[in-house]
Ligand binder design. Structure first.
Ligand SMILES: *Cc1c(COP(=O)(O)O)cnc(C)c1O
Length: 458
């Protein structure tokens, strides 16, 4: 018997059990009443294989995680080796080699001011750690009135209650508004729909004026600001110029508040640089990373900060300055081993060196999508390209959400072996760093075909 083969009966039984017991994230389960979810059996490189043996391009890197392809031999080997010595240990009062080495590597590849690494297990917790550290810092540094965090419209920092409070995607928050804390929100640098009615590439970042006004009035009460540098992911793959970050940083520095960069999605090469902050040369007080940290193989996250923040917590125990926060799987040794192996792959397989040519192929290739009838904006950075679909290009009129255009295109994409999981009416490609020029061209051609056909014969 072939151990990789699943019989038709087994498949039916498994789907039945899925319907009976599972509740999938970000999913209206009724959509799957008569349609099976994509049953992924195995993955290799940039390909997913479903239970029927059909092949798909992993065009969203398995929710923005995978970097060097699935089933990478060196990462797999590192996890196996680690499994033979230590698989899990609590991290309070104990330490282990993987965490020590990984912290050293992370300090090395991030700006020199970021010297301290606090591990947790996912992107939401990495952000929550940053806001709690910032808040506690001010409480014990003579500015206890600094209690507010500024965030951006369309921003996304995770689904736990703290991270959600800082999110600016209304659809994700509706029923939970009563639980979230209030956060002064500023407009996003959403160039296609500029909040200051300027033209992209021809402005003076007028969209930052609300931040300046806010800080003039309330600066003393602001602990920090959190944002996704260069690319706002879940809010619709909104990319913006590096100059915005530099200006924002200057404004915030003038008010002595903390800057928190959420690089959970943008970290580890996704935008063409190791970290998106490198595009602007701005160093935050906190840097949150997760998704690509382990090359997307295991859950692990980290919040990096400066010696200045750290030292405000360093004191005799009785002074009560300890940071009382931690997660059960903090610095899990298997995750650390995967992350270290991923960083070795970066160094030894020339990942960043190969990237510019790939980025060029994707970014040049995405431009022609703007010719399509219903593509209002074709935008991109690094290994990400996004297409904002509109009903009418001249008026930038969105489709009626009830039409579920994104969802319908997703289903068409599956037929062509593409995972075009939409964000509202934004269809995007977020490709593994290892995707070759030929593969990128093929993916672009297939994606173009799906969109073209869809709007020709709705
Ligand atoms: C995915 C994401 C998060 C949340 O990460 P989880 O691991 O899902 O908790 C936070 N911030 C950004 C920018 C993300 O893309």
């Amino acid at each position: 018997m072939n151990p990789h083969h699943t019989s038709t009966n087994q498949i039916l039984r498994l789907f039945e059990l899925d319907r009976k017991h599972l509740w999938h994230p970000y999913t209206q389960m009724k959509d799957y009443e008569k349609r099976d979810p994509l049953f992924v059996k195995r993955a290799e490189g940039i390909y997913l294989y479903d239970i029927h043996g059909r092949k798909y391009f992993d065009t969203i890197s398995s929710w923005w995680c995978i970097l060097h392809g699935h089933n990478h031999p060196r990462i797999k080997q590192a996890i196996c080796d680690q499994l033979n010595s230590l698989e899990q240990i609590h991290f309070a009062g104990t330490t282990h080699e993987g965490a020590i080495r990984l912290a050293g590597c992370l300090a090395e590849i991030t700006p020199p001011e970021l010297t301290r690494v606090f591990f947790s297990d996912d992107g939401s917790t990495a952000c929550e750690v940053a806001i709690k550290m910032s808040l506690q810092y001010w409480k014990q540094s003579g500015a206890p009135q600094r209690e507010l965090f500024v965030s951006l419209e369309h921003g996304y920092h995770g689904d736990t209650i703290g991270a959600m409070s800082l999110g600016g995607v209304p659809a994700f928050k509706g029923p939970f508004d009563c639980l979230t804390f209030s956060s002064p929100r500023i407009p996003a640098p959403y160039c296609y729909r500029c909040p200051a009615s300027m033209h992209a590439g021809n402005c003076d970042f007028q969209c930052l004026e609300p931040l300046e006004h806010l800080l003039e009035k309330e600066g003393e009460r602001i602990a920090g600001i959190i944002l996704e540098p260069m690319m706002m992911g879940a809010g619709g793959m909104i990319m913006y110029p590096a100059g915005y970050l530099r200006r924002l940083s200057d404004i915030c520095r003038g008010h002595h508040m903390h800057i928190i960069f959420d690089e959970v999605a943008t970290g580890f090469g996704r935008t063409g640089k190791m970290f998106a902050l490198e595009h602007a040369g701005v160093t935050p007080d906190f840097l949150c990373i997760s998704k690509g940290l382990t090359a997307g193989v295991l859950p692990l996250a980290a919040t990096l900060t400066t010696e200045q923040i750290y030292s405000a917590f360093y004191a005799d125990y009785t002074e009560g300055r300890t940071f009382f926060h931690g997660h059960t799987f903090t610095a899990n040794p298997l995750g650390c081993a995967a992350a270290l192996a991923s960083l070795r792959v970066f160094r030894e397989e020339g990942v960043m060196e190969a990237l510019p040519a790939r980025v060029k192929t994707l970014q040049e290739g995405k431009d022609r999508f703007a010719e399509l009838e219903n593509v209002g904006d074709a935008r991109g950075i690094g290994m990400v390209a996004a297409f904002e679909l509109v009903k009418d290009k001249a008026g930038k009129t969105p489709f009626d959400p009830a039409e579920r255009v994104g969802w319908k295109i997703y289903l068409k994409g599956l037929e062509q072996g593409l995972i075009l999981r939409p964000l509202g009416d934004v269809i995007y490609l977020l490709l593994p760093l290892c995707t070759t020029k030929d593969e990128i061209e093929l993916i672009l051609e297939k994606t173009y075909g799906v969109l073209d056909n869809f709007f020709k014969q709705p």
